[in-house]
Design a protein around this ligand. Structure first.
Ligand SMILES: CCCCCCCCCCCCCC(=O)SCCNC(=O)CCNC(=O)[C@H](O)C(C)(C)COP(=O)(O)OP(=O)(O)OC[C@H]1O[C@@H](n2cnc3c(N)ncnc32)[C@H](O)[C@@H]1OP(=O)(O)O
Ligand SMILES: Cc1cc2nc3c(=O)[nH]c(=O)nc-3n(C[C@H](O)[C@H](O)[C@H](O)COP(=O)(O)OP(=O)(O)OC[C@H]3O[C@@H](n4cnc5c(N)ncnc54)[C@H](O)[C@@H]3O)c2cc1C
Length: 673
């Protein structure tokens, strides 16, 4: 039998090889779990190998040494070369393959086609009529035109009903007049709007005969297709540097009474007739499909960001030796410290959990998307609730995990050589984009409150909220049953979520019966409501993890995943245990049991730690991290990396003659006086 860990190579740092030799499972088989099939895992590696053979697709130098302009140019250069090789490298109809190709070749900082693929094409697929698809979608898919999704304005992002950009129907000419009446009405933030795109789906408030019909989507040509100059009545540009994600030209857009044909409104589900008659869509929020599309896929993106940071941190922790546990023995790998394990391993478990929860979410999304094509909208509310909660919880926990990964690398974690700060910067954008986290938690809370009301009225609820009407134990059975059972943990999570949902519901009801208007009562309960949403979502994540482990057939993979699940359940439960202690569902003795199970789990995970992150099969090219190198040779490469610094081009910088020398000279002169 060959090595179970597939990353072992001659010449690697002996400390990392030692880790890999301990693996109890085949890392490539584990990759099949993470990427949902052996074929998908194989394809990722095939794509990486093919890319490595194309010299023009390699980074010209480490990305942190590029200026913003260079980053934008470099991403565009690679997109151009990729287009030539695209059909040889990937199945262009497979989103996962395209995403992987992007991560390997370009990385997470963005590229001119990012929003084109993530939102522009999906919005056309979901909301354009067949005729409109012929006009724009097929051209977009061939990349004859590049588009984006322009919804957020300087003054409004969360509250879509107050978007100030207007699309006023002019019956006489059968046109819409698009206008940005104020500074705050300017579109502000859309990715690639600034400089790259020549088309955009613009979301504007539809006005017909002075009546406001709310946000609707319109196709707008922004720039001349040949010269790329902005068209008349359009002002467009870049919004400037951001925390990260700076290869992307997030932009602004000001429309000055721009006229577009009536047929430029996306009309698959909703219509404005020539005479101005408005025909409602089957569901009022069908036009929000592009946002739901991204939210549904974000769990996997976040899992990937978290796994990338952890791969860097865990590999580095296995070659970094500092301090002693036994003073008579050599310095230990920092991965031996329990604090380091506690800092990293629960986040490894979360990355797996997010990936499994993400796979379930994408399946539901695909079903709803299919249903919507035929006007069936029954599951839209469930999907909206699920994706709203998940995007908020997963992005927030990912942010925590990446920052822990950075800190676990000590000083070198703070260097861009780790690349963790860039991953962090990109990932935390997810807490804001596609619905600010609090706003989305409150969306889920609306759904939960409806379910709670139904249960209070004696109705049975099903599906994602089914546990609200299921029987509950007064006391948790954790450590009270002879056999090890995840059910007792999941039941405890259910209890905690249920209690908090009803606590928020009762508080809200009390305020409403006291005569407070609904919106005010809602605001006064909103912290409790967001807590309910988080607990409900964390329950779903734990359940999805347990479902996946249950379904795995391979014994060694199941055992390794089972260890991670055990860690996950104990760690997450400790994190939210105060809710169960409050009503005596858990007692002090059980808390001690959970804590000791957690520490036992850390020890169990330890020998496989490097293999759990290796199983994500993230190549050096896509990690872009000196600390996270597969071969573990960090120190000599840190030194090489620093040679890229433009400050090292000369021994003496001009600032010496200009500022430092005069400063020191005058100081010396003064001290002689
Ligand atoms: C693909 C790969 C991904 C990779 C990603 C990495 C790259 C990413 C690059 C970055 C890309 C970043 C790109 C970007 O950032 S694009 C811009 C993203 N912007 C947002 O996400 C804005 C957030 N705001 C909203 O979505 C709405 O305003 C919300 C939802 C808050 C309220 O809504 P509205 O203002 O209309 O208020 P209402 O009171 O009339 O309605 C409330 C009722 O409507 C129901 N409802 C609402 N929505 C839905 C829905 N969708 N399906 C089904 N139902 C829905 C809801 O349950 C409630 O029902 P009920 O309780 O009354 O029964
Ligand atoms: C990296 C990045 C990429 C983006 N890409 C795009 C894009 O391609 N296209 C696009 O259209 N947009 C894009 N956006 C914009 C993004 O979607 C919005 O910024 C986001 O939806 C949040 O809206 P906001 O900025 O109005 O936040 P605000 O709503 O102003 O949030 C400010 C604070 O107010 C709170 N708040 C707001 N409303 C409520 C409420 N009802 N209840 C309680 N609290 C509330 C929030 O929780 C937050 O704490 C992008 C943003 C970023 C950061």
């Amino acid at each position: 039998m060959g090595n179970l860990n597939k990353e072992i190579r001659d010449g690697d740092h002996p400390d990392i090889t030692e880790e890999r030799l301990k693996s109890t499972f085949d890392t490539h088989k584990m990759a099949a779990q993470i990427y949902n099939s052996q074929r998908a895992a194989d394809r990722r590696n095939e794509i990486t190998s093919a890319v490595l053979k194309i010299p023009e697709l390699q980074d010209i130098k480490p990305l942190p040494f590029l200026s913003r302009e260079e980053k934008v140019e470099e991403a565009a250069r690679k997109i151009g070369i990729l287009s030539e090789h695209l059909y040889d490298l990937v199945n262009v109809n497979d989103g996962a393959e395209l995403y992987h190709l992007n991560n390997v070749v370009i990385g997470g900082e963005g590229n001119p086609l990012a929003l084109h693929g993530v939102m522009f094409i999906p919005v056309l697929q979901a909301q354009a009529t067949d005729e409109q698809k012929k006009k724009w979608l097929y051209r977009a898919m061939k990349r004859e035109i590049i588009g984006t999704y322009a919804q957020t304005e300087m003054g409004h992002g969360s509250n879509l009903r107050k978007l100030e950009t207007t699309a006023t129907y002019d019956k006489a000419t059968e046109e819409f007049v698009l206008n940005s009446p104020t500074t705050t009405s300017m579109k502000w933030w859309p990715g690639n709007l600034g400089k790259s795109t020549n088309y955009a789906v613009v979301v504007a408030t539809l006005i017909i005969n002075e009546k406001d019909y709310g946000p609707h989507s319109f196709m707008v040509q922004l720039r001349d297709e040949n010269t790329h100059k902005p068209l008349p009545n359009i002002e467009v540009g870049d919004i400037g540097p951001k925390m990260a994600y700076n290869a992307t030209d997030n932009g602004f857009l000001k429309l000055n009474h721009l006229r577009i044909p009536r047929t430029n409104m996306l009309m698959k589900h909703v219509k404005v007739e020539k005479d101005g008659t408005y025909i409602k869509p089957p569901h009022a929020k069908m036009s929000y499909s592009a946002m739901v599309h991204v939210r549904a896929h974000m769990n996997n993106t976040m899992a990937y960001f978290l796994a990338s940071s952890l791969t860097i941190a865990v590999r580095y922790s296995s070659i970094r030796r500092q301090g002693h546990i036994n003073p008579k023995e050599p310095e230990v790998k920092v991965l031996e410290y329990q604090t380091q394990q506690h800092r990293l391993f629960p986040h490894i478990a979360r990355a797996y959990a997010f990936s499994f929860a993400g796979a379930e979410t994408v399946r539901l999304y695909e079903k709803v998307k299919k249903d919507m094509e035929s006007g069936e909208t029954e599951l839209m509310a469930d999907l909206h609730a699920l994706t709203s909660g998940l995007k908020s919880v997963v992005t927030y926990l990912t942010m925590q995990g990446i920052e822990q990964a950075r800190q676990s690398c000590g000083g070198h974690g703070y260097s861009m050589a780790s690349y963790i700060s860039e991953i962090y910067g990109i990932a935390i954008g997810g807490c804001t984009y596609e619905g600010e986290n609090m706003v989305m938690l409150l969306q889920l809370a609306r759904y939960l409150m409806k379910a709670a009301k139904a249960v209070k009225e004696g109705k049975k609820v099903e599906g994602l909220v089914g546990y609200l009407s299921a029987p509950d134990n007064r006391h948790s059975l954790i450590d009270r049953t002879p056999e090890k059972s995840y059910d007792t943990y999941l039941k405890t999570f259910e209890h905690i979520a249920r209690q908090q949902i009803f606590r928020a519901f009762d508080k809200l009801e009390k305020m409403l019966t006291s005569g407070l208007p609904h919106s005010e009562a809602w605001n006064k309960c909103s912290v409790e409501l967001t807590r309910a949403s988080r607990l409900h979502t964390r329950l779903f994540i734990a359940q999805a993890f347990a479902r996946r482990v249950h379904d795995v057939v391979d014994f060694h993979i199941k055992e390794a995943l089972d260890d991670l699940l055990h860690l996950h359940l104990n760690y997450e439960l400790l994190d939210v245990a105060s809710y169960a202690l409050e009503d005596g569902h858990l007692c002090g003795e059980q808390m001690n049991f959970i804590r000791s199970e957690l520490y036992r789990s850390l020890g169990k995970i330890r020998p496989n730690a490097v293999s759990y992150v290796d199983a994500w099969e993230l190549s050096d090219m896509e990690l872009r991290s000196v600390l996270g190198r597969r071969d573990g040779h960090v120190y000599e490469n840190l030194y090489k990396w620093a040679q890229n610094s433009s400050l090292n081009r000369t021994d003496v910088l001009p600032v010496f003659e200009k500022y430092l020398k005069p400063l020191m000279m005058s100081a010396r002169k003064n001290s002689k006086l």
